[in-house]
Structure formats: structure tokens, C-alpha cells
Design a protein around this ligand. Structure first.
Ligand SMILES: [Zn+2]
Length: 190
């Protein structure tokens, strides 16, 4: 082994930045919620929470240090944190791990709904919306923002946010039927 003479720092990019399941959920969340929220992946808990009296509460700092929430949904205008999303691994069926209970309490105390979504390769938009509703109910909040997603005028199913990819309206968002391309239902957003 030759001695490392390079002046480069000993860091490398971790690959992939998002795992397959994280990337799939990121896409689904952006499709569903992107009209109202900025979806931020992997947010460090120390960026979201600050410690009261850090010198006395070292134990509590350590509990959030080097931990992240899988996704944080922030208000599109104010960037205020509005939702946390945790991907739940199927192993945790026996009941929640201590760490999961802790993050639940952390978000609950802060009044931020935390949705738990089972890890998968694909995500059903209807399931995601149901889990967000559940998280809102647990946090004691109304599901107003979520309930404002319209139903398909054609078949009555849920709609998801989509973006026009071509034509004069390119880049404009609209609601399309979740059952697209089987159902052509769509609604413009004012
Ligand atoms: Zn439809």
C-alpha cells in the first residue's frame, strides 16, 4: 500500500442517495401532495427540533442526534413543517420499536402529524391519503388540506396531482384520475 498523498478529503458520495423504496415513496408523495407541500427527504431531527437547555438535556440531544425522519412535508409558501413521514419496515409487526415510539411522541408533542407508511416498491395513492388522514386524526387535526383533493368527475375515484408534459400548458399542474390511463378524468387547478 502506498501512502495516500492526495489532498482530497476522505469522503465519498453515499450511493444511492435514496433507496428504491424511498425513491418510489418520494415520487408518490410529490405526485399526491406537491401542490401544497414541498417534500423534503431525509431531514435530520436536529434540523427540525431544538433542545431546551442543551447543557442539562444531553440525554435528549443524543436521542435525536444522527437520526432523521424519512420525509418532511413543508408548506409550499411558509415552509412550515406540516407532516412527517416514516417508512415502516415490515419486521416491526410485533409492536413498535423503542426508537419508533420515541419519534412518535416527539412529533405528537410538536403537533406535527406523523404518517407511517409500510415499505414497498410501489405505493397506492389511496393508502397514502388514508394514512395521512389517520396521522391528522392522531395529532388532533382536521383533514382539511387532504380532503380538498377532488374526486374524479368521470369515475369518482381519487385524483392525484399531475403535470402537463407538453403542449401550450406544459409545466402546469392539474388533477388527474388515479386510475389514469384507464380513466381520462382530469380537473384544472385555478
Ligand atoms: Zn377516473
Amino acid at each position: 500500500m502506498t501512502e495516500e498523498k492526495s489532498s482530497r478529503l476522505p469522503y465519498r458520495i453515499k450511493e444511492p442517495f435514496l433507496s428504491k423504496t424511498e425513491a418510489a415513496l418520494f415520487r408518490s408523495l410529490t405526485d399526491l401532495m406537491g401542490a401544497r407541500y414541498v417534500v423534503c427527504p431525509k431531514v435530520a431531527l436536529t434540523d427540525l427540533f431544538t433542545i431546551i437547555r442543551p447543557n442539562e438535556n444531553v440525554h435528549f440531544f443524543n436521542k435525536i442526534f444522527r437520526k432523521h425522519v424519512d420525509f418532511l412535508l413543508c408548506d409550499l409558501k411558509t415552509y412550515a413543517p406540516s407532516f412527517g413521514v416514516e417508512i415502516v419496515k415490515p419486521i416491526a409487526k410485533e409492536g413498535m420499536r423503542e426508537a419508533d415510539k420515541f419519534i412518535d411522541t416527539l412529533f405528537f408533542d410538536a403537533g406535527i402529524p406523523l404518517a407511517h407508511i409500510a415499505s414497498g416498491e410501489t405505493y397506492d395513492p389511496a393508502d397514502i391519503v388514508a394514512l395521512f388522514r389517520l396521522a391528522l386524526a392522531k395529532a388532533g387535526k382536521s383533514a382539511q388540506g387532504i380532503d380538498s383533493v377532488p374526486n374524479c368527475p368521470n369515475c369518482g375515484k381519487m385524483m392525484v396531482l399531475r403535470m402537463r408534459r407538453d403542449g401550450a400548458m406544459r409545466g402546469k399542474t392539474y388533477y388527474g384520475c388515479v386510475d389514469n390511463p384507464h380513466c381520462p378524468g382530469s380537473l384544472e387547478i385555478d
